[in-house]
Design a protein around this ligand. Structure first.
Ligand SMILES: [Zn+2]
Length: 401
């Protein structure tokens, strides 16, 4: 198949990658890009799909999401609209634990069914690869159930789903604030089963004083690493407790959130080659204003990633274009930086840059056809349905028409 359109490619120069578009063609064979270049030099093909001057970008990659859970938190959303804080709602039994009860009550099939609906929302917003975390089961059986549901979403939808074990998301009520007891359950029982069954590629932890403090996070993620899992970390979201430094010390692939990270923390990430994953939709959805310091991270030479943090409590959005918009307006990233953060940099953060994240020979033909010509329009038209078609390995998996 020969695909013609306004193809977006990246130039890897000195320093950061830059994006540019040109009306060109790419030849796709068996789901991979075989050739890309000037249309006049294109190989002959029986099947030519011409998108004219429409923008074609790599498929978007969402490197931080919690798409599997029971119920929703719309009642809390209404309470917050009336002035209640996230902490007040958690104290009344809401928050992560309310989602935990709903997730424990749901069957694996129910989690898959609701998960499919949410993955379809993501596809309609241009996402083709998704990282998905457990963390609403918080017991051996329920965490395994969530991870099996995540695996099935990868098998039963067109989306490529990369699983992350996030048992250290909250302390379940049966441990009644016995952080150490719950950490022991994770290390001695849950993690070995997760590794043995091959249910997760990454392990993650919500590193925060009062939840999983640095020593507890260290204990859990060191165990995960010894079992062959790679690491990601929720760090510096609410307070600065040394989480960035710990992510650096552990050799984590990413440190995520980073709303409170200072220059010292940013430099620790840079020195240890840990990529920042920024989640501005969670700041927005909680009605907060303290966005992470993306400019300082970019200035220090870090390859910033943007992700949705899709979850029922603090970030109920499936849209990376919306996240890109927030990045431009609230964190002063350029449209180019925002787009690279959701494609090439996101692929690198998931160890997938060898086969996706850019339109290049040898990579998967995962791409989005947009109802616009200029990539700056993606964050600019806030909330508009400008994704026209989505292809994964050259197969059309979404069409707005
Ligand atoms: Zn998260």
């Amino acid at each position: 198949m020969l695909v013609k359109g306004n193809l977006l490619t990246f130039r890897q120069g000195s320093g950061a990658a830059t994006a540019f578009t040109e009306i060109r063609s790419m030849e796709v064979v068996d789901g991979f890009i075989e050739w890309i270049g000037e249309s006049k030099n294109a190989p002959t093909a029986d099947n030519v799909v011409d998108f004219g001057n429409r923008l074609i970008t790599p498929g978007l990659i969402d490197a931080h999401a919690h798409p599997v859970f029971g119920g929703n938190r719309v009642t809390e959303y209404e309470k917050r609209s009336q002035g209640a804080t996230y902490q007040q709602i958690a104290a009344e039994g809401g928050g992560i634990l309310s989602t935990m009860w709903a997730t424990r009550a749901a069957s694996e099939d129910e989690l898959v069914a609701t998960g499919k609906k949410r993955l379809n929302w993501m596809l309609a917003n241009g996402t083709t690869t998704l990282e998905a975390k457990s963390g609403y089961g918080l017991s051996l059986d329920d965490e395994l159930k969530m991870l099996r549901a995540i695996r099935r979403l990868g098998q039963e939808t067109p989306m490529d789903v990369i699983p992350t074990f996030l048992g250290a998301h909250a302390i379940p009520p049966e441990f009644d604030r016995d952080r150490s007891g719950y950490a022991a359950l994770i290390c001695n029982e849950i993690l070995p089963r997760v590794a043995e069954q091959g249910l997760a590629e990454y392990a993650d932890a919500f590193c925060e004083d009062g939840y999983f403090d640095c020593p507890t996070t260290d204990r859990i993620l060191t165990k995960a690493k010894s079992l062959g899992l790679k690491l990601r970390m929720h760090a510096d979201q609410l307070t600065r407790c040394g989480a960035s430094q710990l992510a650096a010390d552990l050799g984590a692939k990413t440190a995520d959130h980073l709303e409170q990270t200072d220059l010292e923390g940013i430099r620790a990430l840079k020195d240890a080659n840990v990529q920042p994953v920024l989640l501005p939709a969670s700041v927005y959805a909680l009605g907060l204003h303290h966005y992470p310091n993306a400019r300082a991270m970019i200035d220090e030479g870090l390859s910033v990633v943007l992700a949705t943090d899709f979850n029922p409590g603090s970030s109920p959005t499936a849209s990376l274009p919306f996240v890109m918009s927030l990045a431009c307006t609230q964190m002063k990233m350029t449209p180019e930086e925002a787009l690279i953060a959701c494609t090439l940099h996101a692929a690198t953060s998931l160890d997938r840059a060898q086969d996706r994240g850019s339109l290049e020979v040898g990579k998967r033909a995962d791409f989005v056809v947009w109802d616009c010509q200029d990539f700056r329009e993606i964050p600019y038209w806030i909330g508009a349905p400008i994704v026209e078609k989505v292809f994964i390995e050259a197969r059309e998996v979404f069409s707005r028409a």
